[in-house]
Design a protein around this ligand. Structure first.
Ligand code: ADP
Length: 264
């Protein structure tokens, strides 16, 4: 009997070893698939704004073109906007690499969500210039315990998406308040909304709704990074419908309050 049991245990152990080899292979091929997808996405996404920048700069530099002053101003504006987009994109890639290595350890200092929201809005003012922006954060909102630059990065990603997916001229609303020992910040837009079955998937790397027919430039990385940053703070982020019939998007992040502001 003992021998039979030893045999059985041996077989079971071998199975476990085999299984974990298989799992290991799956994990490796998944990592490789991600790496390949990332590389092609990065080269595409870096090139798109660069092509606009090079095109506009070449036209500006061409003496035979005799451009009008407004035309020159538009081209200069294109160079700046696309340059800023590249800058944000590279910042996102850096954050993502650090998150992947567990090297993004947020510093945690008491921070004011009003200032964070205001600063994100200011830094994105060019990308937001075609929308009505409203920021409603109480002056006495309790401080959160976060890395202010990283959370600003998250709010910028959310604002950038709102401006990208909601029609020009529509309103984007940023609100924040304290609730149940945490702070909640939402970015609400009046765009097409995210279908209910995609509201969780949009936080996956490279996932984009209706990828094939989308004319909006994008990488599908912004929200994955946003979630990584928020979770590294012990917070949460989720997508909701803002209006009836699933229209509009509300992205809400929940962050821990500083100890001195947490009700005992
Ligand atoms: P990207 O915008 O670069 O595609 P994100 O990770 O920021 O990547 O977003 C993933 C997808 O979620 C987007 O491609 C888009 O389909 C959807 N999405 C994100 N924010 C919004 C929004 N405010 N309104 C509608 N769809 C959105």
């Amino acid at each position: 009997l003992m021998d039979a049991m030893t045999d059985q245990i041996g077989v079971a152990l071998e199975r476990i070893a085999l299984q974990s080899d298989l799992e290991q292979a799956l994990v490796t091929s998944e990592a490789e698939r991600l790496r390949a997808a990332l590389l092609s996405s990065v080269s595409h996404d870096l090139r798109t704004p660069l092509v606009s920048i090079i095109g506009a700069a070449s036209s500006l530099a061409d003496p035979t073109l005799e451009l009008s002053a407004p035309a020159r101003a538009t081209m200069a504006e294109t160079i700046r906007e696309e340059g800023e987009r590249l800058d944000r994109y590279i910042q996102n890639l850096l954050d993502m690499t650090r998150l992947g290595h567990g090297a993004l350890v947020p510093k945690r200092v008491p921070a004011d969500l009003r200032e964070i929201a205001g600063s994100a809005r200011h830094r994105l003012r060019n990308a937001l210039s075609r929308h009505q922006i409203e920021v409603t954060v109480p002056v006495d909102i309790p401080t959160v315990l976060v890395d202010p630059l990283l959370i600003e990065q998250v709010v910028m990603n959310l604002l950038d998406n709102a401006a990208k997916y909601a029609p020009d001229g529509s309103s984007i609303h940023v609100t924040a308040h304290a609730e149940d020992g945490s702070a909640k910040l939402s970015v609400i837009d009046d765009g097409p909304g995210i279908p209910a079955d995609a509201r969780e998937k949009v936080f996956d790397m490279f996932y984009r709704v209706g990828e094939g027919d989308s004319q909006r430039a994008g990488t599908g990385l912004g929200l994955a990074i946003a979630r990584g940053i928020v979770e590294a703070h012990g917070g949460r982020i989720s997508a909701h419908a803002a209006k009836a019939e699933g229209r509009g998007t509300r992205m809400t992040l929940t962050l821990p309050l500083s100890a001195k502001d947490t009700p005992a």
